[in-house]
Design a protein around this ligand. Structure first.
Ligand SMILES: Nc1ncnc2c1ncn2[C@@H]1O[C@H](COP(=O)(O)OP(=O)(O)O)[C@@H](O)[C@H]1O
Ligand SMILES: [Mg+2]
Length: 160
């Protein structure tokens, strides 16, 4: 029953700064509006990436910069949500991206996850990005994945 489409109160929108995730977030606003649901925009600071690009002394600085840049694209989605009259909040967490997305989906009892097919790596040699693939596999709720073709129509952008 709780997984019924009509019962969706919260939608998790994971964004990584890529156009793919931005388009997914834009699409999600229409669904949230229709369902009168709240969106929770989340960015996961990938701990592996953090390890790779920081030395022990610089780690705090790198983390701060990653937080600042993610806040920037989160704010963009929050602005769009406000304009669309959709209730929205945001989170920046640290860890493994799909692990955190799945964890939050459970913890916050979300009814739907809306995300992109690809992300910053844009790994088209495989069918779908690994964060998307693993989220689909382990999510407690349905996952709506916006593919490249529809994503570009949503955003009306040719540049990827
Ligand atoms: N660090 C992250 N935080 C939040 N969402 C993410 C993160 N990484 C990926 N995503 C979500 O997963 C989608 C697919 O990205 P991903 O599977 O990482 O593809 P790629 O391998 O091309 O980077 C993105 O469009 C975004 O919605
Ligand atoms: Mg990625």
């Amino acid at each position: 029953m709780s997984l019924s489409f009509r019962n969706i109160r919260k939608i998790l929108v994971p964004i990584d700064g890529s156009n793919y995730s931005r388009c997914a977030a834009e699409y999600c606003l229409g669904i949230a509006k229709m369902l009168d649901a709240e969106i929770i925009v989340v960015h996961v600071i990938d701990e592996l990436v953090l390890d790779q690009i920081s030395t022990i002394t610089k780690r705090a600085n790198v983390e701060r910069e990653l937080k600042q840049s993610s806040q920037h694209y989160i704010n963009h989605v929050l602005d769009l949500a406000e304009k669309a009259g959709v209730k929205a909040c945001s989170l920046i967490v640290k860890g493994g991206p799909f692990e955190q997305i799945v964890h939050l989906a459970k913890e916050l009892n979300v009814g739907l996850i809306v995300m992109g097919t690809y992300g910053r790596r844009g790994t088209e040699r495989i069918l779908i990005g690994s964060v998307a693939e693993r989220t689909i596999e382990y999510s407690p709720c349905p996952v709506l994945v916006i593919n490249k073709k529809s994503g570009s129509e949503i955003c009306q952008e040719k540049e990827r």
